[in-house]
Each structure stands twice: as C-alpha cells, then as structure tokens.
Write a protein that binds this ligand. Sequence first.
Ligand code: GRF
Length: 192
Amino acid sequence: MTERLERVRVAVLVSGGGTNLQALLDALHDSPIARIARVISSRPDAGALQRARRAGVPTTVLRDAGDPAEVLSALAGAQLVVLAGYLKLVHASVVARFRGRIINIHPALLPAFGGAGMYGRRVHEAVLASGAKESGATVHFVEEEFDRGAIIAQEKVRIEPGDTPDTLAARVLEAEHRLLPRVVLELARRIA
Ligand code: GRF
C-alpha cells in the first residue's frame, strides 16, 4: 500500500482582489503536491477573501497585520507562505520563522522598480517613465525589507509602443499568473 503523501500546506497572504490567489487556487485545485490551507488578509474587504471562500479555503482577517504574534498564529501549520498582493511589511520574526519558505510576487523585474511604496500602478508608471524596453514579474524570497530577497524566477514581457500603465499592468499580471503557480509547485516539490 503506497503511503499517501500529505500535500504541502501553503498559506497565502493577501490584501487586494486576489487574481494571483485565483491563479494558485486553479493550479493547485487537483495537485497531489500542494494545497492552499489558508488565506490570510490584512483587509476585511479584500476580494481575495471571496475567492478563497468560493474555493472552500479557510480564511483569516488580521485584526492587526503589524502584530507578529497574530500573523504567526494565523500562519501556524503552514509549510510555504506566499505573499500575493499583500501590502504590509512582514515582521522580522515572521521572516525568521519562515526564512527560505516565504515568497512574494512583484510586478516588475527586481531589483529595479521595487521597494517601499512601489506597488500597483506606480510600478508601471515608473517603468514606462524610465524608457525601459521590457518589464515583467518577479518571484523572490521575502526578507526584512520590501522586495529585497533573493530572486527565484522572473518572466519578462515586452513593452509595446503606446503602452499605458494599465495596458502594461495587464500584460505583467498575465505573466504573474503563469509564474507564481509554477514557482509554488517547484518549491513545494522540494519541501514534500
Ligand atoms: C499584483 O500585481 C502583484 O504583483 C502585486 O499586487 C498585485 C496583486 O494583485 N504584489 P491580485 O490581488 O493578486 O490581483
């Protein structure tokens, strides 16, 4: 009798609409490798919470995302932590607890166009203003400072003539939805 391996438990931290969470829910739906065990939001009105509930995934809304004890309690049992549109800085004690098993996705080619305050539309405005010929998505390990951890993988996208921050954001988001599930499954295979 082959022993059924327990799937790697993934916790996802969110703050917004949750399209990256949705890409993970879809990709892990029938995966034997990993499952999304909990979705944790820094905001009670995050659309990501509805997506989790529709998928039958337990959810937690943080009362105070700045309280490491509360965040650690919500992450109890997680073997891999994914920040997917999570807008809060992760406290050093949470990074220490999950070092090497906590990742973030950023909508630009880090180390450029990252750091505190660089999120959402501002990122794409800065990329276009720089005259860059390409942008893309980055998945990296989370450290104590925003967007500073080792890069795990990137997917580049072309910048087209006439691109606006919105058209670029949409193209990068499609890359994110391909990149994040691939990286999560690769890391989960190493943990399993
Ligand atoms: C994505 O662009 C992600 O790279 C950034 O925040 C956005 C989240 O979007 N961290 P969603 O909530 O996953 O739709």
